[in-house]
Design a protein around this ligand. Structure first.
Ligand code: ADP
Length: 613
């Protein structure tokens, strides 16, 4: 169960990669279409509260066309209806029927007259089908209009946004809906900021419309279903309904074709229903009038959320284990899924794909990383256990030799009548062997306790040369047995401070290792040199050596190189770990240089006791 605070770099890299991949993939077309689908879904799931509407759609529908002579007579029909509508004193009238060319002279003259009496008239201007120019209204009509606005909506193929500005052939127009709203609001000044339109009202207050220049000032339309949607009244009703003035007074009228046989602009909306162009303009107008806009979350917040999700998953899988980690990750995933919802409820559009994929990827990455490291750790523990078992086996085997000697001798003494000299010899042997046994046990225990900081180190001055000579004398029989020459290099004397017995253990170990892991007819050299206020004690051999990888592990408890194992030399792999501890408690350091097949050199640097130096 990993509970350490030191977080491994590869783990951080996995988490950072998860967040970065999620962000990068979120720019692919597939992810963008998933985001759009999620947007439509959220749109339907969290509808904006319906409020009063300010606009009315006057629809040239099938019924109107049937009763007025169809599209060829549309100008006359329009003139009849607008004449009547003007009597109801609407706030503004926006027409979504293009009138680019001259037709019947009398009818055009009549329509012009009606237009001249229509309050706040806004006429449409349409982009040429190829997008390379404008179809402007007939000048005789245009001169009575307060403004002309473009009637282009973004077909995507679902219409989610309407660009507030549209430019072609060096001419730029505001959207019909925007012009209608601006004129109905008393014609405020519009300041064009890079990522918003600031509309300064007469009283000096201003309103920001989140519409960035780089998106052609696109505004997300907050489509509403009835009763939040602007009411749609057939145009024919204007001339037939005696109470029509009640419905039109003070309203902004959007006049357009809705008859499916005649309308060209019909688009899908996030509400999952088709909508006519004129209704889209009226809905856009209502969005502008309500002033509650859906904004896109700034890209840095998306990156920050992805990063935070990755960090949290990292923390969860680093500090928790088992079901706890999975439950916590599940909660985090749920929170990631809920983030776009919460944002939407606060009028912010937060990308679904980046958030959710960052959460899933980082959870999967963190879980996989922890799984594999735990497995690796398990393998390591298993190997340690095996080595430990072998070591115990060896230690018990080592203890058996003196024990057998003691047992045998004591048995002989008890069973037979031995002469005094023989008895004394046996008693001496028993004594010596049990002392050896006790010494062995004592050393193991001392070093274990030392490593756990349970005993205080003795602090006595002792001579380095004396220690080295004593160890060399003890190792000499072993060296002679293997025909290995034991020699002294430069021998400089120093007074060291610490535990002489432990230091002897360390030096003796280095010497016996050098002998153990060297072939016959080679040389082992021990040297001591004063260096920079310290003593460099080195043991050099011409033995089997070790490679770089092995060098990294030799101070680990129970580790033995494969060459050492194969050489048949008995060992536990404990010696060097003890030597390292002894050197460390004496505030020294130990290093090894080695070449496989050529030999090794162990160097111990110890501080020299100042007082005697
Ligand atoms: P042991 O000698 O009981 O195996 P040590 O802890 O003393 O255990 O040494 C650990 C391992 O380091 C040895 O098993 C051997 O593989 C390697 N080693 C130590 N000293 C030498 C040396 N002088 N030359 C080559 N290998 C050595």
């Amino acid at each position: 169960m990993p509970r350490r605070l030191d977080i491994p770099v590869p783990y951080l890299a996995v988490l950072a990669a998860a967040a970065m991949v999620a962000l990068a993939v979120s720019f692919t077309p597939l992810a963008e279409s998933i985001d759009r689908y999620a947007y439509d879904w959220l749109f339907r799931l969290h509808p904006e509260a319906a409020g009063p509407t300010q606009s009315v759609v006057l629809a040239v529908d099938e019924q109107t066309l049937a009763l007025t002579g169809g599209m060829p007579r549309i100008r006359a029909t329009l003139a009849d209806a607008l004449e009547k509508a003007a009597l109801a004193h609407p706030a503004a009238v926006a027409i979504d029927i293009t009138l680019p060319d001259a037709q019947d002279k009398d009818i055009d003259a009549r329509l012009e007259r009606v237009f001249s009496r229509t309050p706040n008239l806004i006429l449409p201007i349409e982009l040429m089908p190829a997008g390379d120019g404008w179809q402007e209204p007939l000048p005789r009509f245009a001169k009575h209009a307060r403004a002309t606005g473009h009637v282009y909506a973004d077909p995507d193929p679902v219409n989610r946004r309407v660009p507030m500005e549209k430019a072609a052939k060096q001419k730029r127009f505001w959207a019909l809906s925007f012009e209608a709203w601006r004129i109905a609001a008393g014609g405020p000044k519009v300041v064009e900021l890079p990522d918003a339109l600031e509309v300064v009202m007469e009283g000096g207050q201003s309103r920001l419309i989140p519409a960035a220049r780089e998106t052609a000032r696109a505004v997300r339309v907050r489509y509403q279903r009835p009763p939040g949607a602007p009411p749609v009244i057939p145009l024919i009703e204007v001339t037939r309904d005696p109470n029509i003035h009640l419905k039109l007074a003070g309203k902004i009228l959007f006049v357009g074709v809705t008859a499916q046989s005649a309308a060209r602009d019909r688009l899908m909306t996030p509400l999952d229903s088709m909508m006519m162009g004129v209704e889209i303009h009226a809905q856009t107008f209502e969005t502008l009038a309500r002033g509650v806009f859906l904004r896109d979350a700034p890209p840095w917040t998306v990156a920050a959320v992805c990063l935070v999700l990755a960090v949290l998953n990292g923390v969860i899988f680093h500090f928790l284990a088992g079901w706890r980690a999975y439950v916590a990750a599940g909660v985090l995933l749920a929170a990631a899924h809920a983030t776009p919802h919460a944002a939407f409820l606060n009028d912010v559009v937060f990308p679904y794909f980046a958030t959710v994929s960052a959460a899933w990827l980082s959870a999967a990455g963190a879980a996989a990383y922890q799984y594999f490291t735990v497995r690796a750790e398990l393998g390591r523990t298993r190997r340690d256990k095996d080595r430990y078992r072998q070591a115990i086996h060896f230690v018990t085997h080592e203890m058996r030799t003196p024990l057998t000697a003691i047992q045998g001798s004591s048995e002989l003494m008890g069973r037979y009548n031995l002469n005094e000299e023989k008895r004394r010899e046996m008693a001496r042997m028993i004594n010596a062997e049990s002392k050896r046994l006790a010494g062995m046990i004592q050393t193991f225990l001392d070093v274990e306790r030392l490593s756990e900081g349970q005993i205080d180190l003795k602090r006595e001055p002792f001579s380095s040369t004396a220690v080295i000579e004593a160890c060399a004398a003890r190792a000499l029989p072993l060296a002679e047995q293997k025909k290995i020459r034991l020699s002294y290099g430069t021998m400089e004397e120093a007074v060291l401070l610490g535990d002489r017995e432990l230091m002897e253990y360390a030096v003796y170990n280095l010497l016996t290792n050098a002998v153990k892991y060297s072939p016959a007819e080679t040389e082992v050299t021990v040297a001591a040199k004063r260096d920079n206020g310290g003593l460099r004690l080195s043991v050099t051999d011409q033995g089997i050596g070790m490679d770089e990888k092995e060098l990294k592990s030799i101070f680990t408890k129970f580790y033995r190189t494969s060459k050492a194992e194969a050489s048949g030399v008995a060992g536990t792999g404990i010696g060097l770990s003890i030597v390292e501890q002894i050197v460390q408690v004496h505030r020294g350091s130990i290093t090894v240089a080695s070449t496989p097949g050529a030999g090794s050199c162990f160097t111990v640097v110890l501080p020299v006791h100042e007082a005697a130096a």
